[in-house]
Design a protein around this ligand. Structure first.
Ligand code: ADP
Ligand code: TRP
Length: 331
């Protein structure tokens, strides 16, 4: 029996931060470990193009995401790892799927809807600041997924709607031309916490509250010290539930360490001490990947080579599926 295919992508829209690692990279790598599925991982650079329109940044963020995956343990021999723009079959399928997608489905997609609502609140034209790439973003994502007949798509909660849209589009195709495309299933990790940023809100590039995943030791220490806390005195017992410091600690600590921290919260511990311990576990877990990350970034030809080889593997699968689909359409 063939192994099921699990596919996921990350768009290179900024420096990778701790939230991206815990919410997206770490669970995807875990999934690759058990070898029960064929992992397909890619850098969704064409998805980033609707917002990153600066050549230098576009290139740099792409390399950073690639270096992040590789330094955190992605094995390009075991999985298929490529840059989206190196697989032109995706764009061909994107057009075909566009013709099978009702416009109304895109009107309901959350990224576009949020922008329209924001425009309404500010009294702007409803489509101000919306390019067609943003509007049809879910169709490109459907092409990414459906071209590889993906079974599972591990994503964050914010991406569930997009996978559902991909299913709808696949179903439209199958009903129009006959069964050719598998309906994918999203996989979300309920367990994975929303990682809080420096100000306590969700860590996000859009809020400017991130801790870069590969910040150098000194900078990392400084940033951890900057996380906002309340003024509860050290000796007062504290709740781990809802504590953003504890959430961060737990993600990097071993289970007994987390249990012991929980105990310290009960007994009373100062926020300064908690931050010190957060820095220690984070630095312990991230120092080796950090070193590898900068080695990769100093050796971009190596990244290019890995991605090119991955694209060859991806295209050998993609071209067969595209051929089948085109034949069914009558091309
Ligand atoms: P950002 O909010 O910084 O723009 P993205 O939207 O590019 O991040 O997210 C990329 C991936 O990282 C998504 O799968 C998303 O669910 C995950 N992610 C981003 N921020 C966090 C966070 N604070 N906690 C958990 N996961 C996150
Ligand atoms: N849209 C996803 C995000 O913003 C990235 C992405 C693009 C993706 N294509 C995908 C994720 C296909 C899973 C499968 O995070």
């Amino acid at each position: 029996m063939e192994r099921p295919t699990a596919l996921t992508g990350i768009k290179p829209t900024g420096h990778p931060h701790l939230g991206n690692y815990i919410g997206a990279i770490k669970p995807a790598l875990e999934m690759a470990k058990d070898n029960t599925s064929q992992g397909i991982y890619f850098i969704a650079d064409y998805h980033a193009l609707n917002s990153v329109q600066d050549r230098k940044k576009f290139k740099e963020y792409t390399y950073e995401i690639a270096a992040a995956w590789l330094s955190l343990g992605l094995d390009p021999e075991k999985v298929i790892f490529y840059r989206q723009s190196d697989v032109p079959e995706i764009l061909e399928l994107h057009w075909i799927l566009s013709c099978l997608t009702p416009k109304g489905l895109m009107n309901r997609a959350h990224a576009y809807k949020a922008k329209v609502e924001e425009n309404a609140a500010e009294g702007n034209d409803s489509d101000a600041g919306v390019n067609m790439g943003l509007f049809t973003y879910p169709i490109l994502m459907a092409a990414d997924i459906l071209l590889f007949n993906s079974d599972k798509v591990p994503v964050g909660k914010d991406q569930v709607q997009h996978v559902e849209i991909a299913r709808d589009i696949a179903d439209n195709f199958n009903r129009t031309f006959g069964e050719a495309i598998k309906l994918p299933q999203y996989v979300i990790e309920e367990e994975t916490a929303v990682i809080p940023g420096l100000d306590g809100r969700k860590m996000s590039k859009s809020y400017g509250n991130t801790i870069p995943l590969f910040a150098e030791e000194k900078a990392l220490k400084k940033l951890v010290n900057k996380i906002v806390t309340d003024s509860t005195p050290p000796e007062e017992p504290k709740e781990v539930k809802g504590s953003s410091l504890f959430t961060l600690y737990k993600e990097f600590a071993a289970a007994p360490e987390a249990a012991s921290m929980k105990e310290k919260y009960k007994q009373g511990i100062g926020w300064g001490q908690v931050k010190k311990e957060i820095f220690e576990v984070m630095n312990r877990e991230l120092s080796e990947p950090r070193q590898k990350y900068y080695e990769y970034l100093d050796n971009k030809q190596e990244i290019d080579k890995i991605l090119e080889r991955g694209a060859e593997k991806a295209r050998s699968i993609a071209s067969l599926q595209l051929k089948k689909i085109k034949e069914m359409i009558g091309c």
